[in-house]
Write a protein that binds this ligand. Structure first.
Ligand SMILES: [Ca+2]
Length: 168
């Protein structure tokens, strides 16, 4: 329980730092942070490959993608280059990423408030808070199931497409 509380605090502090990125683009900061194994603030090709390989793109295709994104020609990718590249291809997901960013902030703010007020709240208010946390979680699980289903379907479609004899 303690570690959980600390984690929430760490995240909300991070979330309140000024955002210089375009709306919805903070996901690329996250991606860079997770993929950047040696913590030098940029992605080498090895780091890029380890994070971005999806079992479908070939090594050559990954290499080509890496160099396409690397517009500064440094053999390393930074957050700006990732944003620049992916923002041209987001389509409907531009709205998804922007909403996700809002949702993140809104939920963190609400949890912060709960952390401050819960103990002093009335029995009924505490019940409502617990109920809403549970139901919010249910909504997110249900969204997650839809997304996982879409991931499986798209992966399956790609596997079938790639089974044409010309591609081996
Ligand atoms: Ca790195």
């Amino acid at each position: 329980m303690d570690s959980c509380t600390e984690e929430v605090q760490a995240i909300s502090e991070e979330a309140t730092t000024p955002m210089e990125l375009k709306k919805g683009m903070s996901i690329f900061q996250d991606i860079l942070r997770r993929a950047d194994k040696n913590d030098d603030g940029k992605l080498s090709f090895d780091e890029f490959r380890a994070y971005f390989q999806d079992g479908v793109l070939t090594s050559d295709e990954l290499k080509e993608l890496f160099h396409t994104i690397d517009t500064h020609n440094t053999d390393n990718l930074d957050t700006d280059e990732l944003c620049e590249y992916f923002s041209q291809h987001l389509g409907q997901y531009e709205n998804v990423l922007a909403s996700l960013e809002d949702l993140n902030m809104t939920i963190l703010k609400a949890m912060d408030k709960t952390k401050k007020d819960y103990q002093e709240a009335t029995h009924l208010e505490q019940f409502v808070t617990r109920f809403l946390l549970k139901e919010t979680t249910n909504q997110l699980y249900s969204l997650q199931s839809s997304l996982e289903c879409a991931m499986e379907t798209t992966a399956e479609q790609t596997r079938q497409d790639r089974q044409v004899p010309s591609y081996t």
